[in-house]
Write a protein that binds this ligand. Structure first.
Ligand code: NAD
Length: 467
Protein backbone atom coordinates (compact mmCIF):
# COMPACT_ATOMS: atom_id res chain seq x y z
CA UNK A 1 0.00 0.00 0.00
CA UNK A 2 1.73 3.21 -1.09
CA UNK A 3 1.98 6.08 1.37
CA UNK A 4 0.15 9.12 0.13
CA UNK A 5 1.33 12.65 0.86
CA UNK A 6 -1.76 13.09 3.03
CA UNK A 7 -0.75 10.24 5.34
CA UNK A 8 2.59 11.76 6.19
CA UNK A 9 3.08 14.38 8.80
CA UNK A 10 3.82 17.53 6.75
CA UNK A 11 7.50 18.35 6.50
CA UNK A 12 8.75 14.78 6.86
CA UNK A 13 10.36 12.87 4.01
CA UNK A 14 8.96 9.55 2.81
CA UNK A 15 11.49 7.16 4.34
CA UNK A 16 10.39 3.56 4.00
CA UNK A 17 11.56 0.14 5.11
CA UNK A 18 11.17 -3.29 3.53
CA UNK A 19 8.68 -5.87 4.75
CA UNK A 20 9.70 -9.49 4.21
CA UNK A 21 7.52 -12.51 3.46
CA UNK A 22 8.86 -15.13 5.91
CA UNK A 23 7.77 -17.95 3.59
CA UNK A 24 10.28 -16.76 0.96
CA UNK A 25 12.72 -14.59 2.89
CA UNK A 26 12.16 -11.92 0.20
CA UNK A 27 10.94 -8.36 0.64
CA UNK A 28 7.50 -7.97 -0.93
CA UNK A 29 6.45 -4.47 0.13
CA UNK A 30 7.46 -1.46 2.18
CA UNK A 31 6.06 0.56 5.04
CA UNK A 32 6.64 4.17 6.12
CA UNK A 33 9.55 4.52 8.50
CA UNK A 34 8.07 7.31 10.58
CA UNK A 35 10.55 9.30 12.59
CA UNK A 36 10.29 9.81 16.35
CA UNK A 37 9.71 13.55 16.12
CA UNK A 38 6.69 13.01 13.84
CA UNK A 39 4.99 11.73 16.98
CA UNK A 40 4.56 15.22 18.38
CA UNK A 41 2.01 16.06 15.68
CA UNK A 42 0.34 12.63 15.88
CA UNK A 43 -0.09 12.81 19.66
CA UNK A 44 -1.30 16.41 19.49
CA UNK A 45 -4.01 15.33 17.01
CA UNK A 46 -4.95 12.37 19.22
CA UNK A 47 -5.32 14.84 22.08
CA UNK A 48 -7.61 17.12 20.10
CA UNK A 49 -9.73 14.17 18.92
CA UNK A 50 -10.07 12.93 22.50
CA UNK A 51 -12.33 15.80 23.55
CA UNK A 52 -15.05 14.84 21.07
CA UNK A 53 -14.61 11.07 21.44
CA UNK A 54 -14.86 11.04 25.23
CA UNK A 55 -18.04 13.13 25.25
CA UNK A 56 -20.58 10.70 23.81
CA UNK A 57 -20.63 7.09 25.03
CA UNK A 58 -23.67 6.21 22.89
CA UNK A 59 -21.93 7.35 19.71
CA UNK A 60 -18.83 5.40 20.80
CA UNK A 61 -20.77 2.18 21.15
CA UNK A 62 -22.25 2.62 17.68
CA UNK A 63 -18.87 3.49 16.17
CA UNK A 64 -17.18 0.45 17.70
CA UNK A 65 -19.90 -1.87 16.39
CA UNK A 66 -19.48 -0.27 12.97
CA UNK A 67 -15.73 -0.84 13.35
CA UNK A 68 -16.30 -4.55 13.99
CA UNK A 69 -18.51 -4.76 10.87
CA UNK A 70 -15.85 -2.96 8.82
CA UNK A 71 -13.15 -5.39 9.98
CA UNK A 72 -15.31 -8.33 8.97
CA UNK A 73 -16.05 -6.68 5.64
CA UNK A 74 -12.32 -6.40 4.93
CA UNK A 75 -11.64 -9.91 6.25
CA UNK A 76 -10.24 -11.40 3.03
CA UNK A 77 -7.71 -8.61 2.44
CA UNK A 78 -6.68 -8.43 6.09
CA UNK A 79 -6.21 -12.19 6.39
CA UNK A 80 -4.14 -12.55 3.22
CA UNK A 81 -1.88 -9.64 4.08
CA UNK A 82 -1.47 -10.94 7.61
CA UNK A 83 -0.37 -14.36 6.35
CA UNK A 84 1.97 -12.76 3.85
CA UNK A 85 3.91 -10.72 6.40
CA UNK A 86 3.49 -12.89 9.52
CA UNK A 87 3.67 -16.36 7.98
CA UNK A 88 0.77 -18.10 9.75
CA UNK A 89 -1.61 -20.40 7.84
CA UNK A 90 -4.44 -18.51 6.17
CA UNK A 91 -7.10 -20.20 8.32
CA UNK A 92 -5.36 -18.85 11.41
CA UNK A 93 -5.28 -15.36 9.90
CA UNK A 94 -9.03 -15.54 9.30
CA UNK A 95 -9.47 -16.61 12.92
CA UNK A 96 -7.32 -13.68 14.03
CA UNK A 97 -9.43 -11.23 12.01
CA UNK A 98 -12.57 -12.71 13.58
CA UNK A 99 -11.09 -12.29 17.06
CA UNK A 100 -10.21 -8.68 16.21
CA UNK A 101 -13.85 -7.95 15.36
CA UNK A 102 -15.05 -9.88 18.42
CA UNK A 103 -12.92 -7.73 20.72
CA UNK A 104 -14.41 -4.56 19.23
CA UNK A 105 -17.94 -5.89 19.77
CA UNK A 106 -17.26 -7.08 23.31
CA UNK A 107 -15.83 -3.77 24.49
CA UNK A 108 -18.38 -1.72 22.52
CA UNK A 109 -21.04 -3.04 24.88
CA UNK A 110 -19.06 -2.64 28.09
CA UNK A 111 -19.48 0.47 30.23
CA UNK A 112 -18.01 1.35 33.64
CA UNK A 113 -20.39 1.37 36.59
CA UNK A 114 -21.00 4.50 38.61
CA UNK A 115 -21.24 3.51 42.28
CA UNK A 116 -22.30 5.21 45.53
CA UNK A 117 -20.27 4.66 48.67
CA UNK A 118 -22.49 3.77 51.65
CA UNK A 119 -20.36 4.07 54.78
CA UNK A 120 -22.70 5.77 57.22
CA UNK A 121 -21.47 9.33 56.71
CA UNK A 122 -24.10 11.99 55.90
CA UNK A 123 -22.41 12.52 52.56
CA UNK A 124 -23.31 11.29 49.11
CA UNK A 125 -20.07 9.99 47.61
CA UNK A 126 -20.16 8.77 44.07
CA UNK A 127 -17.44 6.99 42.09
CA UNK A 128 -17.48 7.86 38.43
CA UNK A 129 -14.98 6.86 35.77
CA UNK A 130 -13.03 9.09 33.41
CA UNK A 131 -10.84 8.25 30.42
CA UNK A 132 -7.12 8.94 30.66
CA UNK A 133 -6.30 10.67 27.36
CA UNK A 134 -4.21 9.47 24.41
CA UNK A 135 -3.07 5.87 24.89
CA UNK A 136 0.03 4.38 23.24
CA UNK A 137 -0.46 0.75 22.17
CA UNK A 138 2.75 -1.09 21.22
CA UNK A 139 2.43 -4.67 19.99
CA UNK A 140 4.59 -7.55 18.72
CA UNK A 141 4.54 -9.54 15.48
CA UNK A 142 2.99 -12.84 16.54
CA UNK A 143 -0.70 -11.76 16.53
CA UNK A 144 -0.49 -8.22 15.15
CA UNK A 145 -4.21 -7.62 14.69
CA UNK A 146 -5.81 -9.34 17.64
CA UNK A 147 -3.21 -8.10 20.14
CA UNK A 148 -3.69 -4.58 18.80
CA UNK A 149 -7.46 -4.93 19.20
CA UNK A 150 -6.99 -6.26 22.74
CA UNK A 151 -5.46 -2.85 23.45
CA UNK A 152 -7.35 -0.36 21.32
CA UNK A 153 -10.85 -1.83 21.81
CA UNK A 154 -10.94 -1.30 25.60
CA UNK A 155 -9.01 1.98 25.36
CA UNK A 156 -11.44 3.40 22.79
CA UNK A 157 -14.52 2.02 24.58
CA UNK A 158 -13.34 3.82 27.72
CA UNK A 159 -13.25 7.11 25.79
CA UNK A 160 -9.53 7.42 25.10
CA UNK A 161 -7.86 7.94 21.75
CA UNK A 162 -5.08 5.60 20.63
CA UNK A 163 -1.75 5.76 18.82
CA UNK A 164 -0.96 2.20 17.73
CA UNK A 165 2.52 1.01 16.80
CA UNK A 166 2.88 -2.48 15.30
CA UNK A 167 6.17 -4.34 15.07
CA UNK A 168 8.31 -3.36 12.06
CA UNK A 169 8.19 -7.06 11.09
CA UNK A 170 4.39 -6.88 10.62
CA UNK A 171 3.31 -3.30 9.85
CA UNK A 172 1.14 -3.86 6.79
CA UNK A 173 -1.99 -5.64 8.01
CA UNK A 174 -2.14 -3.17 10.89
CA UNK A 175 -1.88 -0.24 8.48
CA UNK A 176 -4.68 -1.75 6.43
CA UNK A 177 -6.70 -2.25 9.62
CA UNK A 178 -6.08 1.41 10.48
CA UNK A 179 -7.42 2.58 7.14
CA UNK A 180 -10.44 0.26 7.39
CA UNK A 181 -11.25 1.65 10.84
CA UNK A 182 -10.71 5.22 9.63
CA UNK A 183 -13.80 4.80 7.43
CA UNK A 184 -16.03 4.46 10.52
CA UNK A 185 -14.20 6.15 13.41
CA UNK A 186 -13.85 9.92 13.80
CA UNK A 187 -10.59 11.36 12.53
CA UNK A 188 -7.49 10.82 14.71
CA UNK A 189 -9.30 8.65 17.24
CA UNK A 190 -7.06 5.73 16.21
CA UNK A 191 -3.76 6.43 14.45
CA UNK A 192 -1.36 3.73 13.25
CA UNK A 193 2.31 4.72 13.17
CA UNK A 194 4.95 2.45 11.65
CA UNK A 195 8.69 2.59 11.88
CA UNK A 196 11.84 1.13 13.29
CA UNK A 197 13.32 1.96 16.66
CA UNK A 198 13.54 4.39 18.33
CA UNK A 199 9.93 5.08 17.29
CA UNK A 200 8.50 2.79 20.03
CA UNK A 201 10.84 4.16 22.68
CA UNK A 202 9.84 7.72 21.79
CA UNK A 203 6.15 6.82 21.86
CA UNK A 204 6.50 5.17 25.29
CA UNK A 205 8.18 8.28 26.70
CA UNK A 206 6.03 10.87 24.93
CA UNK A 207 4.78 13.47 27.41
CA UNK A 208 1.35 13.62 25.73
CA UNK A 209 0.64 9.91 26.31
CA UNK A 210 -1.29 8.99 29.47
CA UNK A 211 -1.20 5.19 29.28
CA UNK A 212 1.35 2.94 27.61
CA UNK A 213 -0.10 -0.49 26.97
CA UNK A 214 2.59 -2.82 25.70
CA UNK A 215 2.79 -6.45 24.64
CA UNK A 216 6.18 -7.93 23.90
CA UNK A 217 9.31 -9.36 25.48
CA UNK A 218 10.36 -8.94 29.10
CA UNK A 219 13.45 -6.92 28.23
CA UNK A 220 11.57 -4.45 26.03
CA UNK A 221 8.83 -4.29 28.68
CA UNK A 222 11.40 -3.10 31.22
CA UNK A 223 12.64 -0.44 28.77
CA UNK A 224 9.04 0.69 28.18
CA UNK A 225 8.39 0.98 31.92
CA UNK A 226 11.52 3.10 32.30
CA UNK A 227 10.57 5.28 29.33
CA UNK A 228 7.02 5.83 30.62
CA UNK A 229 8.37 6.79 34.03
CA UNK A 230 9.50 10.09 32.49
CA UNK A 231 5.90 11.28 32.20
CA UNK A 232 4.50 8.97 34.92
CA UNK A 233 2.09 7.53 32.38
CA UNK A 234 0.20 4.43 33.45
CA UNK A 235 1.84 1.23 32.20
CA UNK A 236 0.26 -2.10 31.31
CA UNK A 237 2.77 -4.78 30.30
CA UNK A 238 1.84 -8.15 28.79
CA UNK A 239 5.15 -9.91 28.52
CA UNK A 240 6.71 -13.23 27.76
CA UNK A 241 5.78 -16.64 29.10
CA UNK A 242 7.35 -20.04 29.61
CA UNK A 243 4.24 -22.07 30.33
CA UNK A 244 4.63 -25.57 31.69
CA UNK A 245 2.24 -28.44 30.98
CA UNK A 246 2.32 -30.97 33.82
CA UNK A 247 1.02 -34.39 32.83
CA UNK A 248 -0.30 -36.50 35.72
CA UNK A 249 0.19 -40.25 36.02
CA UNK A 250 -3.46 -40.98 35.13
CA UNK A 251 -3.29 -39.07 31.84
CA UNK A 252 -4.36 -40.91 28.68
CA UNK A 253 -1.59 -39.93 26.31
CA UNK A 254 -3.47 -40.87 23.12
CA UNK A 255 -6.44 -38.76 24.10
CA UNK A 256 -4.53 -35.58 24.86
CA UNK A 257 -1.59 -35.74 22.43
CA UNK A 258 -3.21 -33.72 19.65
CA UNK A 259 -4.39 -30.96 22.00
CA UNK A 260 -1.02 -30.84 23.74
CA UNK A 261 0.87 -30.72 20.44
CA UNK A 262 -1.17 -27.80 19.13
CA UNK A 263 -0.99 -25.98 22.45
CA UNK A 264 2.77 -25.92 21.87
CA UNK A 265 3.01 -25.55 18.08
CA UNK A 266 0.13 -23.29 17.03
CA UNK A 267 1.44 -20.23 15.17
CA UNK A 268 4.75 -22.08 14.99
CA UNK A 269 5.11 -21.88 18.78
CA UNK A 270 5.14 -18.08 18.62
CA UNK A 271 2.46 -17.64 21.24
CA UNK A 272 3.11 -15.98 24.60
CA UNK A 273 1.07 -18.62 26.38
CA UNK A 274 2.05 -21.63 24.28
CA UNK A 275 3.11 -24.75 26.15
CA UNK A 276 6.88 -24.25 26.21
CA UNK A 277 7.85 -27.17 28.50
CA UNK A 278 6.19 -30.54 29.14
CA UNK A 279 6.71 -32.44 32.41
CA UNK A 280 5.73 -36.12 32.18
CA UNK A 281 5.92 -38.79 34.89
CA UNK A 282 8.95 -41.05 34.31
CA UNK A 283 6.71 -44.02 33.55
CA UNK A 284 4.95 -42.19 30.69
CA UNK A 285 7.83 -40.05 29.44
CA UNK A 286 8.85 -42.21 26.46
CA UNK A 287 5.22 -42.59 25.36
CA UNK A 288 4.66 -38.81 25.51
CA UNK A 289 7.86 -38.11 23.56
CA UNK A 290 6.86 -40.64 20.92
CA UNK A 291 3.30 -39.29 20.56
CA UNK A 292 4.53 -35.70 20.16
CA UNK A 293 7.45 -36.63 17.89
CA UNK A 294 5.17 -38.58 15.58
CA UNK A 295 2.99 -35.47 15.16
CA UNK A 296 6.01 -33.19 14.72
CA UNK A 297 7.38 -35.42 11.95
CA UNK A 298 4.14 -35.58 10.00
CA UNK A 299 2.58 -32.11 10.38
CA UNK A 300 2.38 -30.19 7.08
CA UNK A 301 4.93 -27.35 7.16
CA UNK A 302 4.83 -24.76 4.40
CA UNK A 303 3.86 -21.30 3.24
CA UNK A 304 0.81 -19.96 5.02
CA UNK A 305 -0.99 -19.28 1.75
CA UNK A 306 -0.79 -22.98 0.72
CA UNK A 307 -4.07 -24.68 1.52
CA UNK A 308 -2.46 -27.78 3.11
CA UNK A 309 -0.17 -25.93 5.49
CA UNK A 310 -0.71 -26.40 9.21
CA UNK A 311 2.61 -24.87 10.38
CA UNK A 312 4.09 -21.82 8.69
CA UNK A 313 7.56 -20.32 8.89
CA UNK A 314 9.07 -18.50 11.85
CA UNK A 315 8.30 -14.82 11.44
CA UNK A 316 11.73 -13.27 10.96
CA UNK A 317 15.42 -14.00 10.39
CA UNK A 318 16.84 -12.82 13.75
CA UNK A 319 14.21 -14.87 15.56
CA UNK A 320 14.97 -17.95 13.45
CA UNK A 321 18.65 -17.52 14.39
CA UNK A 322 17.68 -17.36 18.10
CA UNK A 323 15.60 -20.54 17.84
CA UNK A 324 18.43 -22.30 16.07
CA UNK A 325 20.95 -21.14 18.67
CA UNK A 326 18.88 -22.25 21.67
CA UNK A 327 18.23 -25.65 20.04
CA UNK A 328 21.90 -26.13 19.18
CA UNK A 329 22.87 -25.27 22.73
CA UNK A 330 20.43 -27.88 24.13
CA UNK A 331 21.75 -30.52 21.72
CA UNK A 332 25.30 -29.54 22.66
CA UNK A 333 24.37 -29.92 26.36
CA UNK A 334 23.31 -33.54 25.75
CA UNK A 335 19.69 -33.26 24.59
CA UNK A 336 18.41 -35.54 21.83
CA UNK A 337 16.02 -34.50 19.07
CA UNK A 338 13.21 -37.05 18.87
CA UNK A 339 11.98 -34.97 15.93
CA UNK A 340 13.50 -32.06 14.02
CA UNK A 341 16.34 -30.14 15.66
CA UNK A 342 17.38 -28.07 12.64
CA UNK A 343 16.22 -25.42 10.20
CA UNK A 344 14.82 -26.61 6.90
CA UNK A 345 16.76 -26.25 3.67
CA UNK A 346 15.52 -23.86 1.03
CA UNK A 347 14.10 -20.38 1.00
CA UNK A 348 12.13 -18.91 3.87
CA UNK A 349 12.44 -19.02 7.63
CA UNK A 350 11.41 -22.63 8.24
CA UNK A 351 12.46 -24.66 11.27
CA UNK A 352 11.63 -28.36 11.57
CA UNK A 353 9.06 -28.99 14.33
CA UNK A 354 11.27 -30.23 17.15
CA UNK A 355 10.73 -32.45 20.17
CA UNK A 356 13.67 -32.54 22.58
CA UNK A 357 14.34 -35.18 25.20
CA UNK A 358 17.19 -35.75 27.69
CA UNK A 359 17.38 -31.98 28.08
CA UNK A 360 19.39 -30.73 31.08
CA UNK A 361 16.90 -28.79 33.27
CA UNK A 362 19.15 -25.71 33.28
CA UNK A 363 19.29 -25.47 29.49
CA UNK A 364 18.00 -22.13 28.10
CA UNK A 365 15.36 -24.01 26.07
CA UNK A 366 13.83 -24.91 29.47
CA UNK A 367 14.59 -21.83 31.56
CA UNK A 368 13.99 -19.21 28.85
CA UNK A 369 11.34 -18.53 26.25
CA UNK A 370 12.14 -20.33 22.97
CA UNK A 371 9.01 -18.87 21.29
CA UNK A 372 9.25 -21.25 18.35
CA UNK A 373 8.53 -24.79 17.12
CA UNK A 374 10.77 -26.49 19.71
CA UNK A 375 9.42 -28.35 22.72
CA UNK A 376 11.43 -29.99 25.54
CA UNK A 377 9.77 -32.96 27.30
CA UNK A 378 11.16 -33.52 30.78
CA UNK A 379 10.60 -36.52 33.09
CA UNK A 380 9.67 -36.16 36.77
CA UNK A 381 9.54 -38.61 39.68
CA UNK A 382 7.27 -36.89 42.20
CA UNK A 383 4.46 -34.40 41.79
CA UNK A 384 6.17 -31.94 44.13
CA UNK A 385 9.24 -32.08 41.90
CA UNK A 386 7.08 -31.35 38.83
CA UNK A 387 5.28 -28.41 40.46
CA UNK A 388 8.55 -26.95 41.73
CA UNK A 389 10.07 -27.26 38.26
CA UNK A 390 6.99 -25.70 36.62
CA UNK A 391 7.26 -22.74 39.03
CA UNK A 392 11.03 -22.45 38.83
CA UNK A 393 11.43 -19.87 36.03
CA UNK A 394 11.12 -16.11 36.16
CA UNK A 395 7.92 -16.26 34.08
CA UNK A 396 4.34 -16.67 35.30
CA UNK A 397 1.92 -16.28 32.40
CA UNK A 398 0.00 -19.58 32.19
CA UNK A 399 0.27 -23.26 32.94
CA UNK A 400 -1.72 -26.44 32.59
CA UNK A 401 -2.28 -29.81 34.22
CA UNK A 402 -3.43 -32.85 32.30
CA UNK A 403 -5.05 -35.96 33.78
CA UNK A 404 -8.17 -38.09 34.04
CA UNK A 405 -9.20 -37.22 37.60
CA UNK A 406 -10.27 -33.61 37.04
CA UNK A 407 -10.49 -32.69 40.75
CA UNK A 408 -6.98 -33.90 41.36
CA UNK A 409 -5.74 -32.09 38.24
CA UNK A 410 -7.41 -28.88 39.38
CA UNK A 411 -5.80 -29.19 42.82
CA UNK A 412 -2.39 -29.38 41.13
CA UNK A 413 -3.30 -26.46 38.82
CA UNK A 414 -4.01 -24.38 41.96
CA UNK A 415 -0.34 -24.73 42.86
CA UNK A 416 0.96 -23.15 39.63
CA UNK A 417 2.35 -19.62 40.02
CA UNK A 418 0.80 -17.98 36.98
CA UNK A 419 -2.08 -15.81 35.83
CA UNK A 420 -4.17 -18.50 34.11
CA UNK A 421 -4.15 -22.25 34.71
CA UNK A 422 -5.97 -24.76 32.55
CA UNK A 423 -6.94 -28.41 33.04
CA UNK A 424 -6.65 -30.67 29.97
CA UNK A 425 -6.22 -27.80 27.57
CA UNK A 426 -4.09 -24.68 27.28
CA UNK A 427 -4.24 -21.10 26.08
CA UNK A 428 -7.99 -20.85 25.62
CA UNK A 429 -9.26 -17.50 26.89
CA UNK A 430 -12.64 -15.87 27.26
CA UNK A 431 -13.02 -12.21 26.33
CA UNK A 432 -14.74 -11.78 29.69
CA UNK A 433 -11.86 -13.02 31.85
CA UNK A 434 -8.97 -11.07 33.32
CA UNK A 435 -5.65 -11.76 31.65
CA UNK A 436 -2.55 -11.03 33.70
CA UNK A 437 0.87 -12.52 34.22
CA UNK A 438 2.80 -12.73 37.47
CA UNK A 439 6.54 -12.38 38.04
CA UNK A 440 8.26 -11.24 34.83
CA UNK A 441 5.21 -11.98 32.68
CA UNK A 442 3.49 -8.70 33.23
CA UNK A 443 2.10 -5.75 35.09
CA UNK A 444 -1.56 -4.74 35.09
CA UNK A 445 -4.62 -6.62 33.93
CA UNK A 446 -6.10 -6.89 30.45
CA UNK A 447 -9.32 -8.58 29.36
CA UNK A 448 -12.93 -8.32 30.47
CA UNK A 449 -14.10 -5.37 32.56
CA UNK A 450 -10.60 -5.24 34.09
CA UNK A 451 -9.25 -4.29 30.68
CA UNK A 452 -11.79 -1.48 30.45
CA UNK A 453 -11.01 -0.15 33.94
CA UNK A 454 -7.30 -0.35 33.08
CA UNK A 455 -8.03 2.52 30.69
CA UNK A 456 -10.02 4.62 33.14
CA UNK A 457 -9.36 6.60 36.29
CA UNK A 458 -11.76 6.95 39.21
CA UNK A 459 -13.27 10.36 39.81
CA UNK A 460 -15.10 10.74 43.14
CA UNK A 461 -17.68 13.42 43.85
CA UNK A 462 -18.75 14.15 47.46
CA UNK A 463 -21.75 16.28 48.33
CA UNK A 464 -23.94 16.61 51.43
CA UNK A 465 -27.04 14.43 51.57
CA UNK A 466 -29.15 17.57 52.05
CA UNK A 467 -28.83 21.36 51.80
P1 NAD B 1 9.64 -7.11 21.35
O1 NAD B 1 9.63 -6.79 22.81
O2 NAD B 1 10.92 -7.20 20.64
O3 NAD B 1 8.79 -6.00 20.55
C1 NAD B 1 7.47 -5.68 20.90
C2 NAD B 1 7.14 -4.29 20.35
O4 NAD B 1 7.95 -3.30 21.01
C3 NAD B 1 7.41 -4.10 18.87
O5 NAD B 1 6.41 -3.27 18.32
C4 NAD B 1 8.76 -3.42 18.85
O6 NAD B 1 8.99 -2.69 17.67
C5 NAD B 1 8.60 -2.49 20.05
N1 NAD B 1 9.85 -2.00 20.65
C6 NAD B 1 11.11 -2.48 20.49
N2 NAD B 1 11.98 -1.79 21.27
C7 NAD B 1 11.25 -0.86 21.93
C8 NAD B 1 11.54 0.14 22.90
N3 NAD B 1 12.79 0.33 23.36
N4 NAD B 1 10.53 0.87 23.39
C9 NAD B 1 9.26 0.70 22.97
N5 NAD B 1 8.91 -0.24 22.06
C10 NAD B 1 9.90 -1.00 21.55
O7 NAD B 1 8.79 -8.43 21.22
P2 NAD B 1 8.56 -9.32 19.91
O8 NAD B 1 9.79 -10.07 19.60
O9 NAD B 1 7.93 -8.45 18.85
O10 NAD B 1 7.41 -10.33 20.44
C11 NAD B 1 7.67 -11.51 21.10
C12 NAD B 1 7.49 -11.34 22.60
O11 NAD B 1 6.18 -10.87 22.90
C13 NAD B 1 7.60 -12.68 23.32
O12 NAD B 1 8.37 -12.50 24.49
C14 NAD B 1 6.17 -13.00 23.68
O13 NAD B 1 6.02 -13.87 24.78
C15 NAD B 1 5.62 -11.65 23.96
N6 NAD B 1 4.15 -11.66 23.91
C16 NAD B 1 3.44 -11.52 25.09
C17 NAD B 1 2.05 -11.58 25.06
C18 NAD B 1 1.22 -11.44 26.32
O14 NAD B 1 0.03 -11.20 26.20
N7 NAD B 1 1.78 -11.60 27.50
C19 NAD B 1 1.39 -11.77 23.84
C20 NAD B 1 2.14 -11.92 22.69
C21 NAD B 1 3.53 -11.86 22.73
Amino acid sequence: MPTSEAERVPGYPAVRFAVVDPATGEAFDEAPDQQPDELDAVVARAHRAWHGWRADPVARTAALHAAADAVEGAGDDLARLLTREQGKPLAESYAEVARTAARLRYFADLAPRTRRIADGRPVRSEIRWRPLGPVAAIVPWNFPLQLAAAKFAPALAAGNTVVLKPSPFTPLATRLLGSVLATVLPEDVLTVVTGREPLGARLASHPGIRHVTFTGSVSTGRAVAEAAAASLARVTLELGGNDAAVLLDDVEVDRIADRLFWAAFRNCGQVCMAVKRVYAPTRLHAEVVEALAQRAKTVAVGAGLDADTRLGPVNNAPHLARIEQVTQQALGDGARAAAGGHRLDGAGYFFAPTILTDVPPGSPVVTGEQFGPVLPVLPYRSLDEAVDAANSTGFGLGGSVWGTDLDRAEAVAERLECGTAWVNHHAELSLAQPFAGVKDSGVGVAGGPWGLYGNLRPFVVHRPQKG
